[in-house]
Design a protein around this ligand. Structure first.
Ligand SMILES: [Fe+2]
Length: 229
């Protein structure tokens, strides 16, 4: 299961996009207005957005939506009544309290340098093809014996991933336009947003507001280090 999507841009546009929190409000505006999804609480006024971006170091980056999820399964876009067997199985495995917390926090939205994206329950790989071309491979991650959950994951994946979807098709369009712009001779992008409000945690992670470019700086800092040998 899964499919591919050919995009006329550098593969590096994909990790730049996937853990960027700023673009959701603009690039995905029509999606947000048409569909009630988990992203609806992460758009509009900056002060209302509770998600954060995290630069883990080594080029690995994440959008942590969990601070904005007030109820279990917001990331799945449904309530517990839609997947009761999965909820019961989680409680049996982890106990009531931990199970409900895990169901609230949800899976990661993270890029593992250089070319793996964990998009909640989708596994995505970026494959460079040429200077201005790449392929994005993606597949939903389904769980054995969890039919109710898998049904919902499949619907989410169809809605978000691939050229006929409502989400990644927007990203690919913008990435291709950005590639064309850069090829016209303007090689510089300003990635300074949020530099004054990043916080370094004891474990070395850099954390900032979801709309800051902390993750893009993290990706490019490590890319430069690797390319310089
Ligand atoms: Fe996007």
């Amino acid at each position: 299961m899964g499919s591919e999507m050919c995009i006329r841009d550098s593969w590096k546009m994909l990790p730049e996009n996937d853990t960027d929190g700023y673009h959701v409000n603009f690039t995905h505006r029509s999606f947000v207005e048409a569909i009630d999804s988990q992203y609806n609480d992460f758009v509009n006024e900056e002060e209302t957005i509770e998600g954060v971006v995290i630069d883990w170091g080594m080029g690995h980056t994440e959008i942590d939506f969990s601070k904005g999820y007030k109820e279990p399964l917001k990331w799945l876009g449904v309530s517990e009544s839609r997947v009761p067997e999965y909820v019961e199985a989680m409680k049996a495995s982890y106990g009531e309290e931990e199970a409900m917390e895990r169901l609230r926090v949800g899976p990661p939205h993270a890029c593992i340098f250089p070319n793996l994206f964990l998009g909640e329950m989708n596994i995505v790989i970026f494959q460079p093809e040429a200077v201005g071309g790449c392929v994005q491979w993606h597949t939903p991650m389904l769980l054995k014996g969890a039919e109710q959950l898998n049904y919902r994951l499949l619907r989410q994946s169809e809605g978000a991933m691939g050229p006929a979807s409502f989400l990644v098709a927007d990203d690919a369009t913008i990435a291709q336009l950005t590639q064309r712009t850069l090829e016209q001779g303007q090689p510089w992008c300003d990635l300074s947003r949020g530099m004054g409000r990043e916080v370094e945690e004891p474990n070395g992670n850099l954390v900032s507001h979801m709309t800051d470019e902390t993750n893009n700086r993290g990706f490019w800092k490590h890319y430069k280090k690797v390319m310089e040998g």
